[in-house]
Write a protein that binds this ligand. Structure first.
Ligand code: ZN
Length: 223
């Protein structure tokens, strides 16, 4: 998708103090907000994931960008937060996100291991709850940074796992632990996510029965 000019959808507004505004939606893999000011005109660039957003959401978001330019801090407006956390948004835009993430295989079944088996074991052992994994998507990826074993996109509720763990030699509990860690990110309130590995997170993580062994295994993975 190319850039879409949505300036007309946002006007009329009360977005002082700039003379004029131009608002475009552009394709990005992640939700994205940026601005540039040229000769009194403020160019606001938002992600094209917001194309179907109500005009009010676009307007509130643009106002937040303006106040970011003036006061130096971007604070997502509540209407935007509500919109992007709706199941409709997640289900509707996740395919686009997955397509843009490129390395995602779209498969839970690897050569040797199925991520959903881990999810099931975690659920059966009472470590995770249905609500933790509601409207979520799991997949192997083609490759991931060497010392990263899993990743979670909280916005689109996507958990991906490093293919080095798709091996007969890797004990199931290690994969379970990695998947558990990422599911805990799904459990977190992503709107208050300054420090994802906070004390609350760590206490959840320590509930994993073989926590020490799994951490030890991963720390020494390449030795
Ligand atoms: Zn983490």
């Amino acid at each position: 998708m190319k850039a879409v000019d949505v300036t007309d959808r946002v006007y009329p507004n009360d977005m002082d103090p700039f003379d004029s505004y131009r608002i475009t939606l552009k394709p990005h893999a992640h939700l994205h907000y940026s601005y540039a000011i040229r000769e009194g005109c403020m160019n606001i660039e938002l992600s094209d994931y917001l194309l179907d957003a109500p005009d009010a959401v676009l307007r509130d978001t643009c106002k937040a960008v303006v106040s970011w330019a003036v006061r130096g801090k971007f604070r997502a407006p509540q209407s935007l937060i509500d919109f992007i956390h709706s199941d409709k948004f997640i289900v509707g835009k996740r395919p686009l996100y997955l397509e843009r993430s490129r390395t995602v295989t779209m498969d839970q079944q690897g050569q040797f291991k199925n991520i959903l088996d881990s999810v099931e074991r975690l659920r059966e052992s009472g470590l995770i709850f249905d609500d933790d994994i509601r409207n979520s998507f799991f997949s192997w990826v083609e490759h991931m940074a060497k010392y990263k074993f899993g990743q979670c996109n909280q916005l689109f509720r996507v958990v991906t796992v490093n293919p080095v763990l798709d091996s007969e030699e890797v004990p199931d509990f290690v994969l379970d632990y990695v998947v558990y860690h990422e599911i805990l990110h799904l459990r977190q309130d992503s709107t208050k996510n300054r420090r994802p590995h906070n004390a609350q997170f760590k206490s959840w993580e320590h509930q994993f029965p073989m926590y020490e062994q799994a951490e030890f295994y991963l720390r020494n993975f390449y030795r």
